[in-house]
Write a protein that binds this ligand. Sequence first.
Ligand SMILES: C[S@@+](CC[C@H](N)C(=O)[O-])C[C@H]1O[C@@H](n2cnc3c(N)ncnc32)[C@H](O)[C@@H]1O
Length: 194
Amino acid sequence: MDPALRELLGELEEFASTNDASTDDRDRKMLNITHDTGVFLALLIKATGSRNVLEIGTSNGYSTLWLADAVGVDGLVTTVEKAPGKVAMAERNFARSGLGSRIRQVQQDAGDVIRSAGAGSHDFVFLDSDREQYVDWWDDLRRLTAPGRLIVVDNATSHAHQLVDFTKAVEATEGYVSSLSPIGNGELVILKEG
Ligand SMILES: C[S@@+](CC[C@H](N)C(=O)[O-])C[C@H]1O[C@@H](n2cnc3c(N)ncnc32)[C@H](O)[C@@H]1O
């Protein structure tokens, strides 16, 4: 990784740690993935040669930077966020990172984006937003994910209680294999068999 990007990620980690401890208002928290989760996502993207990533839940763009670095120069990360203040923060961080050309920001409700995405349009999906909606998104998530590709769900351990129905739906669907990794807040890795 480029040293300047490593430094920016470290700065964002320090900012989020101080910021999130200073408020009880969830809308003001960054709620970023852990550093280890960033490494894990990057490893999965590089190992699978994924190039067209969909991220649900940008916040200030910390996780997006890990994804955009991992997809390489030909890759594109589409990242979805509904909160205007977070979109603006992320935009500034993307400009600083030099990875802006690999990132497409969408300010919209994720459900609408997921419903309108084309079949097989993404080869890696990262879910980090409104967990209780994931079960309603499952049919469309399956459709937009290309065969043989991965969907990764953050907070699968820390907020397992909010993912019970989603996890049951995944396990009940033919042609999908999933595994829970104890990295960070728990990453549920789902393979759409190809
Ligand atoms: C946990 S944070 C994302 C953290 C980010 N992935 C990171 O690690 O840097 C979740 C974000 O999802 C956004 N969000 C929640 N529900 C959403 C929805 N239905 N559509 C779009 N964004 C949503 C919230 O505004 C919040 O910024």
